[in-house]
Design a protein around this ligand. Structure first.
Ligand SMILES: Nc1ncnc2c1ncn2[C@@H]1O[C@H](COP(=O)(O)OP(=O)(O)OP(=O)(O)O)[C@@H](O)[C@H]1O
Length: 722
C-alpha cells in the first residue's frame, strides 16, 4: 500500500465524516430552536398549546443533550456489504427493517444514529441490529461484509484507517485495503487513569455477550484481561439503548469490588452517551455506608458465610446490654412488679422471628396486659383504659420500657458481638470457638473506624431483621394545592412535580437490571445483599473463578448466588483472548496459576512487546529503596499509569508514605485485593511471596496481581517466590 492510497482513502472517509458533523450541527441547531419555540408556545396560553409545548420542550431538550455530548471518534466504522443484501441476514432485516436500506451502500457505524433531511441513514448507532455485523463478521463467516474498515479520528479529522478484507472473492474491482490491524493499534496505546470504551474494536465473542438476551442471567467468564468488565459496561449501554423505557425507568445497577475500581470504570458509560446507570462498590451498596476497610481472607470467610444469618438473628432477638433486672414501681398505693425472667419470657414470645423495632408497641402492650391482670385483682373498680393511660405516663415505667426494649440500630447490634460472651450466646453451635475469637476481634474496630466492606452485608441483613419503628401517619399534602387553592399546571410541570414527589427511595431495591463484576469474590452474604436489590431484575454476572480469593465454602457461594439470581434462564459466555497483558507478562501469571490449577484453560495474550518482566531479590533493608528506584524508572519508561501493588494494607500505607514525593495521578499504590479488576501500564509488585502465602487463595490473588500490567512488570521480593 502506498502512502497515496492511504491518503486518498482517508480523503474519501473525511468527506463522509464532514457530512455527518454538518448534519449534526444542523440537528443541534434545530433542537435548540424547537426548545425555544416550545417555550414561546406557552404564551398562547390555551390548554392544548401547553400540552404541545411540554412535549416539544421535553423531546427537544433530550435530543439536544444527545447531540451536545462530546463524541470522540463519532464515526469509527464502515462496512462495505455484498450487493445481494440477503447477505445482511434475514434475521437482521426482520429485527431492523432499516438494515435493508443499508445493504445497498456502505454502512457507517458510530456512537449515535444520524439521518439526512430525507431520512436517509448517514450513521448507524453501534447498538442497532444493523451494526452487529461490524463486530461479528469474520473471514469464515463474513455475514455479507466484504470489507470492514475502522476509522480513527482526532476531533473531526480522520487520522487513520485499518481494513479487514473478509470476502475477497466478492470485492469489486478497485476496492482498496489499508492498514494492518485496528485491534493491535488500540491495545498498544498507553492507558489513562480511567478505563476507555472499546466500542470501535469489540470482538466477535464479546459482541455475542454484549447483545445477549435482555432477560434472564447473562453469565460471562474468562481469564484476566479478556474484557469482562468492558463487556459488562457495553452491555449496560446496549440494554439502555435496546429497551430504554424498561432499563432507564427501572434502573441499572452496576456492582464492582472496590471504590478504586468504580472510579476506574465510571467514565466508560458517559463516554458511550449513557449517564443513567448507578455504579456502586460492594461496600457502598447500603445507603449510609461507604466502607473501604478490607478484612483478611480468614475473617472474610466467617463474615461472608451464610451461617452469619443465624448468628445475626439470635443477636437481633437478644436482650440489649443494660437490660433492667426487672420492674418495681408504686402505683395507686400498690406495688407493681415484673421480674427479669417475666420480661424475657415476653421477649421470647413476641420477639422471636419478628423485627424488634417494628413490634415495640406490641411488646409494651404485652407488659401492660400482664401488669393489668395483677392490678385488676387488687383494685377491681379500676378501668383498664385508665390504667393503661396512667401507667404509660408513669416516668418509672417509661424508663423501664426504654431500657428493656430500646430502638436499636444495625451498627449497635453488630457492635454487641464484639463482646466475646455475647457473641458466644449468639454463635453457639454455629461458629467454632476459633471462628468466634476471630469474629469478635474483627468487630472491635467497628465503633471507632466504622464498618469494613464485609460488615456492610451484615448490617443490611440486620436492617431487615430489626425492622424500623412505624412512623405516625401524616396527612399528605397535595402537590398542587397551595393555601387550599388548587393551582393549574402544565402536563410537563405535573410530570416533573410527580417525579420530584416520588424520587427513587434512598434504599431503592427494584432495579430492572443488575450487573455484578468480579463475581468470583462476592461472598454469600454479599450475594444476599445484592439480591435484595434485584428481586425482579435481569442480570449480567461476570467473573473468573481462577482469580477468587474466597477461602470459605465454594458450594455455599454458589448456593447464595443462585438464590439471588433465582430460577432465571442462564446464558453462558466464555471469553478467551487476553487483550491486556503482553505475552511476556502473562507468561509469569500463567506459571503461578498453573500451580493451583494445572488444567485450567488460560486465555491467549495477543500482544508481544519483546520486553521481559524484571524480578529483583533484595535484602529486607533495601526493599523500600528498590521500590522507589523501580517506580522512578517505570514512570519515565511508560506514558501511562504505574501501579504499585503491596501485599496488605500496612505495607501499602508504608510504601505510599515513602513514595509521597511523586505527586502524580499516574502513580497508584494499592493492596493486592484492591488491585482486582484494575489495570496499569506498568506494575511494581512488592513481596509476591507474601501475597502467595503458600495457600491456593493466596496464589490466585498473586495471579490477579501479576496480570494487571499492559507493558512492564517488575517484582521486588526479599525471599525467592517462584
Ligand atoms: N475488543 C477490545 N478492543 C480493545 N481493547 C480491549 C478489547 N477488549 C478488552 N480490551 C481492553 O483490555 C483490557 C482488559 O479489559 P477488562 O478490564 O474488561 O478485562 P477483564 O476480563 O475484566 O479483566 P480482569 O478479570 O483481569 O479484571 C482493558 O484495557 C480493555 O479496554
Amino acid at each position: 500500500m502506498s502512502d497515496n492510497t492511504l491518503h486518498d482513502e482517508i480523503a474519501i472517509e473525511q468527506q463522509h465524516v464532514d457530512r455527518v458533523y454538518a448534519r449534526l450541527a444542523r440537528l443541534r441547531a434545530d433542537a435548540a430552536k424547537a426548545e425555544a419555540d416550545g417555550y414561546q408556545l406557552a404564551r398562547v396560553g390555551t390548554y392544548g398549546s401547553l400540552v404541545e409545548r411540554d412535549a416539544m420542550v421535553f423531546h427537544a431538550a433530550r435530543r439536544r443533550h444527545a447531540f451536545d455530548a462530546e463524541h470522540e471518534g463519532l464515526v469509527f466504522g464502515r462496512l462495505d456489504m455484498h450487493p445481494d443484501h440477503s447477505g445482511a441476514g434475514a434475521d437482521e432485516v426482520a429485527a431492523d427493517p432499516e438494515a435493508a436500506a443499508w445493504a445497498e451502500r456502505p454502512r457507517y457505524i458510530g456512537r449515535l444514529g444520524v439521518r439526512t433531511e430525507t431520512a436517509e441513514p448517514l450513521l448507524i448507532d453501534w447498538r442497532a441490529p444493523a451494526a452487529a455485523a461490524f463486530y461479528r463478521a469474520t473471514a469464515a463467516q463474513p455475514l455479507g461484509v466484504i470489507r470492514r474498515r475502522m476509522i480513527s479520528s482526532f476531533g473531526e479529522k480522520v487520522t487513520g484507517l485499518e481494513d479487514d478484507l473478509l470476502d475477497p472473492s466478492a470485492a469489486p474491482e478497485g476496492m482498496r485495503v489499508v492498514g494492518d490491524g485496528a485491534l493491535l493499534a488500540a491495545l498498544s496505546r498507553a492507558k489513562g487513569t480511567g478505563m476507555r470504551d472499546i466500542v470501535a474494536t469489540i470482538q466477535h465473542e464479546q459482541d455475542l455477550a454484549i447483545r445477549s438476551p435482555a432477560s434472564g442471567v447473562t453469565m460471562v467468564e474468562g481469564g484476566p484481561g479478556t474484557g469482562k468488565t468492558a463487556v459488562a459496561l457495553h452491555r449496560a449501554a446496549y440494554l439502555l439503548y435496546a429497551d430504554r423505557a424498561r432499563f432507564a425507568g427501572g434502573g441499572v445497577l452496576i456492582v464492582g469490588p472496590s471504590p478504586v475500581f468504580v472510579e476506574y470504570i465510571e467514565t466508560v458509560l458517559p463516554a458511550l452517551g449513557e449517564e443513567s446507570a448507578t455504579l456502586r462498590s460492594v461496600g457502598q451498596l447500603v445507603p449510609g455506608f461507604d466502607a473501604t476497610r478490607e478484612e483478611t481472607a480468614a475473617v472474610r470467610a466467617v463474615k461472608g458465610s451464610l451461617r452469619m444469618r443465624r448468628v445475626l438473628r439470635r443477636a437481633a432477638e437478644a436482650a440489649p446490654p443494660g437490660n433492667p433486672d426487672g420492674l418495681r414501681l408504686r402505683y395507686r398505693g400498690e406495688w407493681l412488679e415484673l421480674t427479669r425472667h417475666e420480661g424475657e419470657e415476653i421477649r421470647r414470645r413476641i420477639g422471636r422471628g419478628n423485627p424488634r423495632n417494628a413490634i415495640r408497641a406490641k411488646a409494651f402492650g404485652a407488659v401492660l396486659d400482664l401488669l393489668w391482670e395483677r392490678m385488676k385483682a387488687k383494685q377491681p373498680r379500676l378501668e383498664q383504659a385508665r390504667f393503661d393511660e396512667e401507667l404509660s405516663e408513669h416516668e418509672g415505667f417509661r424508663d423501664f420500657l426504654k431500657a428493656w426494649w430500646p430502638i436499636v440500630s444495625p451498627v449497635q447490634v453488630l457492635g454487641w458481638l464484639a463482646e466475646p460472651n455475647r457473641l458466644r450466646r449468639a454463635a453457639e453451635g454455629t461458629l467454632s470457638y476459633e471462628e468466634q475469637k476471630l469474629l469478635s476481634r474483627a468487630l472491635a474496630p467497628l465503633r471507632e473506624q466504622g464498618p469494613s466492606i464485609d460488615d456492610v452485608p451484615l448490617l443490611d441483613e440486620l436492617h431487615d431483621l430489626l425492622g424500623t419503628q412505624p412512623k405516625p401517619k401524616r396527612r399528605r399534602r397535595e402537590a398542587f394545592t397551595v393555601g387550599g387553592i388548587r393551582e393549574a399546571a402544565t402536563v410537563y410541570e405535573r410530570a416533573r412535580a410527580a417525579q420530584a414527589a416520588t424520587p427513587r427511595e434512598v434504599d431503592y431495591r427494584d432495579y430492572a437490571h443488575v450487573v455484578v463484576d468480579e463475581a468470583q469474590d462476592v461472598t454469600p452474604m454479599q450475594w444476599r445483599m445484592i439480591g435484595r436489590r434485584g428481586h425482579a431484575a435481569s442480570w449480567t454476572v461476570v467473573g473468573d473463578p481462577a482469580q477468587s480469593a474466597w477461602i470459605g465454602g465454594a458450594n455455599e457461594m454458589i448456593r447464595a448466588r443462585d438464590e439471588a439470581l433465582g430460577g432465571r434462564k442462564r446464558h453462558p459466555h466464555q471469553l478467551t483472548t487476553n487483550y491486556r497483558n503482553s505475552t511476556e507478562i502473562f507468561a509469569v501469571a500463567a506459571e503461578v496459576i498453573r500451580k493451583v490449577s494445572p488444567d485450567l484453560p488460560l486465555p491467549k495474550a495477543v500482544r508481544t512487546t519483546g520486553i521481559e518482566p524484571v524480578h529483583r531479590l533484595v535484602p529486607a533493608a533495601e526493599l523500600d529503596g528498590a521500590v522507589r528506584d523501580a517506580v522512578a524508572a517505570l514512570l519515565s519508561e511508560v506514558e501511562g499509569t504505574v501501579g504499585v501493588i503491596a501485599p496488605d494494607a500496612r505495607a501499602r500505607d508504608r510504601i505510599r508514605a515513602r513514595l509521597s514525593e511523586w505527586d502524580t495521578d499516574r502513580l497508584r499504590v494499592v493492596t493486592a485485593l484492591a488491585a482486582k479488576g484494575m489495570e496499569y501500564d506498568a506494575v511494581v509488585l512488592v513481596e509476591p511471596g507474601a501475597v502467595d502465602a503458600g495457600t491456593d487463595a493466596g496464589r490466585r490473588t498473586l495471579y490477579v496481581a501479576l496480570s494487571r500490567a499492559t507493558q512492564r512488570l517488575t517484582t521486588i521480593a526479599t525471599h525467592p517466590w517462584r
